[in-house]
Design a protein around this ligand. Structure first.
Ligand code: ZN
Length: 501
């Protein structure tokens, strides 16, 4: 029997996915065990793989194979594997075609140079070293956005790259609602007496921290026979295939929470990819629905489960048994309160659950002002300080801990990368409410260290589907509503109202 058009397309896409997988393997190695001497060659090798994958995806051959497959599956059910496949493949193809190889190369070379200079500028606390580079990044971001523009806000195509279907027009009211509730909430909570958290800063050997965190994420559902956990500088999850999804973490011997919550967070991303339907291997469907939905899974395990009283009533005795001296005299309740202290600070990655979204909103607003031409790069450090003072009441004493703290603007375009974090927080609460509606026993199970019902629910309702459903459709299907900040605000008000009453 001759090969069908769909099978030919599938064979072609397998090679693109495998090229990306090879690139991810090079990246994982670069961020974990590569000796410093490997750096220059690795940048070259990663660039080569990326170019090969982009050329193949945007080739005339992909166009032809797609057309033939689309004709062949025209009569299939709209949500069938085949129809979903060609729909998502077409979207990826068209995005890739719109970006000329010359601009893609110019942008990736510029970003590589920016990243290198940023690491030095940040260490030296010297914004002037990256100013003109950022000006070029802004120009190129506009250029790329305009290529994909469909008449909305200039940031829309950059946002769509990560959160398909989301626009500035949808995000603005959502973020305004959060801002109006969270600013006074942070102000109120940070004026209260802080629980004692000094014991979190005792000496905790890293190996023991990592082993404890690893045991917990294995209990959550992260499959170590199809993954592994390694230390790195900037934690991430990465996949080479559905059956090899790795997570990374970092920790400090003098601060216990970092390794715990980093590991819980990344395990959520890892479980998402491990939970994809096996037949999605090698297809464009083998990824999360969007950055926001992906982040909802990491926030679910990091915060809603990982920072809950129920979870620690199970896990604290175990933690105490591996750190008996450090935690001697510390009660379960004291520990729970200590890992939920609200202190607005200048650094996003150290933020508590309540103030975290304000850090995101600040970046989102600044990105829009930059793209709209209302703010110049030279004014960025001052604008940053003003927003931190205004929203968080936090003083930003230098640019190192201010405008230079995040890698995003030095590793990609300005625009599109930050909203996903807050969408993830909002969705984590919406999904958790939906899970508890379906299985009211979940909170009791968490107290007993039984995570299976929650894990299975996320796998069956979210992970399994990969990119079959657009994010808005998936959210509607799982929650019965669109994206809605109310459950998240309810969660924060309930938890911190009780903690600080
Ligand atoms: Zn994440």
């Amino acid at each position: 029997m001759p090969e069908t058009a769909f099978a030919k397309l599938h064979r072609h896409f397998y090679t693109i996915t495998d090229l990306n997988g090879v690139g991810f393997l090079l990246k994982w190695d670069q961020a974990t065990y590569m000796p410093p001497g490997g750096a220059a060659a690795r940048v070259r090798q990663l660039g080569l793989i990326k170019t090969l994958a982009h050329e193949r995806l945007s080739s005339a051959e992909t166009g032809k194979l797609l057309e033939a497959a689309e004709k062949e599956v025209a009569g299939y059910a709209p949500e069938s594997f085949e129809v979903s496949y060609v729909r998502v493949a077409r979207r990826d193809f068209e995005r890739a075609v719109l970006l000329p190889t010359s601009l893609a190369r110019r942008f990736s070379e510029h970003v590589a140079a920016s990243y290198q200079t940023w690491t030095e500028a940040r260490a030296e606390d010297d914004f002037s070293r990256v100013r003109s580079l950022l000006e070029t990044t802004l120009e190129l971001s506009r250029e790329i956005a305009e290529l994909h523009s469909s008449g909305g806000h200039l940031a829309d195509p950059l946002i769509a790259e990560h959160d398909f279907g989301m626009t500035v027009a949808q995000l603005r009211p959502l973020f305004t609602e959060l801002r109006e509730t969270l600013v006074p909430m942070v102000r109120h909570l940070s004026a209260q007496n802080k629980p004692d958290d000094g014991f979190l800063r005792r000496h905790y050997p890293l190996e023991t921290q990592f082993a404890f965190a690893k045991a917990r994420v294995a209990e959550f559902g992260y499959d170590l026979s199809r993954g592994r956990l390694d230390p790195t500088h900037h934690p991430f999850a990465i996949e080479f295939s559905i059956d090899d999804v790795r997570i990374t973490t970092r920790g400090r011997e003098d601060y216990l929470p970092e390794a715990l919550f980093c590991t819980f967070h990344e395990s959520g991303h890892g479980m998402y990819h491990q939970g994809l339907e096996p037949r999605f291997e090698g297809t464009p469907l083998a990824d999360g629905a969007s950055a926001g939905v992906h982040e909802s899974q990491s926030r679910l395990w990091e915060n809603i489960v990982g920072r809950s009283r129920g979870f620690w009533s199970y896990a604290f005795p175990k933690l105490k048994s591996v750190f008996p001296e450090q935690l001697s005299g510390v009660s379960e309740e004291a520990f729970y309160r200590a890992v939920n202290v609200v202190t607005p600070s200048a650094i996003r990655t150290q933020a508590d659950e309540v103030s975290y979204n304000l850090h995101v909103i600040i970046r989102f607003e600044l990105e829009l002002e930059l793209l709209e031409g209302r703010l110049a790069i030279s004014e960025l450090p001052d604008a940053w300080r003003a927003k931190y003072a205004d929203l968080l009441g936090a003083e930003v004493s230098n640019d190192k801990d201010g405008v230079l703290q995040d890698v995003h603007w030095f590793s990609g375009p300005i625009g599109g990368a930050f909203q996903g974090y807050t969408l993830g927080n909002i969705l984590s609460a919406q999904f958790y409410e939906a899970a508890c509606r379906a299985h009211p026993q979940i909170p009791h199970e968490l107290e007993a260290g039984n995570f299976h019902t929650l894990y299975r629910w996320t796998r069956d309702t979210i992970h399994r589907h990969g990119r079959v459903y657009d994010p808005a459709h998936l959210i509607e299907q799982v929650c019965g509503t669109g994206i809605d900040p109310a459950p998240y605000l309810r969660y924060l008000q309930g938890k911190y109202g009780e903690l600080y009453c």
